[in-house]
Design a protein around this ligand. Structure first.
Ligand code: PLP
Length: 284
């Protein structure tokens, strides 16, 4: 695989980052994951805009232009023959020398890494037909979940706990209400209404979420942005989550309670169809 590191395209074995890099030592890095379907990049603008916001919130800078970002994405997709897959992008605050809590001086170059992961069945995911099962867990993450940092230890622990319980994923709960999934935004459907938590520092502002809500509104679907409990989710007609790599994924069980008929419902199925169709139209 050919990867990108700080301006160079390299075989992955040759892409080396310092042990002093703040991404490695302090989790001082932000990232994005973007899907590729039919060799085209989905939601490029959304991911680049969020990346800029994450950098700015952390007072990090990276001087690559929008055109350069596109070129790197396209070059990696071409060099690695990616028809269906993901592009992972990470920017860390760079190599600061000896360990220090202070940010390194302005002008310290960030470490920029991009690589592709080939996937099959992203669009045609068999799980979209069966739905997935989740457990709830207390949300023990930090309180700036709107910044997309690489501090993913707790979500990783949550996925392991879900798997140990024989389920697929975890939904986080704070002060009695669902915040979001371990790596996705969550929704319930009651009657004709789609209910999802409103944007704040409590959740990541999903790129898929933003587009999905736009497409749902255009399709005259009713949307309510507010918090909800696990009990309300269990009593809902349907549930689902969204993310850049799973698009719209039905959730059929929460904490051992089946949702609706215990299989993917019509609203989630329709939204998945609409999302794939519309985001492919806008792919570049
Ligand atoms: N929430 C969290 C915590 C995530 O990690 C992610 C994606 O990685 C999402 C939500 C969904 O965001 P997006 O649709 O931009 O992938």
């Amino acid at each position: 695989r050919t990867v990108y590191l700080n301006g160079a395209y390299l075989p992955e074995e040759e892409a080396k980052v310092s042990i002093f890099d703040r991404g490695f030592v302090m989790g001082d890095a932000v990232y994005e994951v973007t899907s590729v379907l039919g060799g085209k990049i989905l939601e490029f603008e959304g991911h680049m805009n969020r990346l800029a916001r994450s950098l700015s919130e952390l007072e990090m800078t990276c001087d690559l232009s929008r055109e350069e970002w596109i070129e790197i994405h396209r070059e990696l997709i071409a060099r690695n023959n990616i028809d269906e897959g993901l592009v992972y992008l990470q920017i860390s605050r760079g190599n600061a020398g000896d360990r220090d809590f202070h940010y390194p001086p302005a002008g310290t170059p960030p470490t920029v890494v991009l690589y592709t992961q080939a996937k099959t069945n992203l669009a045609d995911d068999p799980k979209a037909k069966t739905g997935i099962k989740v457990i709830s867990l207390p949300d023990l993450r930090w309180h700036r979940r709107d910044i997309k940092t690489v501090q993913l230890l707790y979500p990783s622990m949550a996925k392991m706990a879900a798997e140990a319980a024989g389920k697929n994923d975890a939904w986080f709960v704070e002060d009695g209400f669902v915040t979001e999934g371990s790596s996705n935004n969550t929704y319930i459907v009651k009657g004709n209404k789609i209910i999802t938590r409103q944007l704040s520092h409590d959740i990541l502002h999903g790129i898929t979420r933003a587009s999905l809500l736009k497409y749902a509104a255009e399709a005259q679907m009713e949307i309510e942005e507010r918090p909800y409990t696990i009990a309300e989710a269990q009593a809902a007609d349907e549930a689902f989550f969204t993310s850049a790599s799973a698009f719209v994924m039905p959730v059929v069980e929460v904490d051992n309670v089946a949702i609706g008929a215990g299989k993917p419902g019509p609203v989630a199925a329709r939204l998945r169809e609409i999302y794939l169709e519309e985001s492919l139209k806008a792919a570049i």
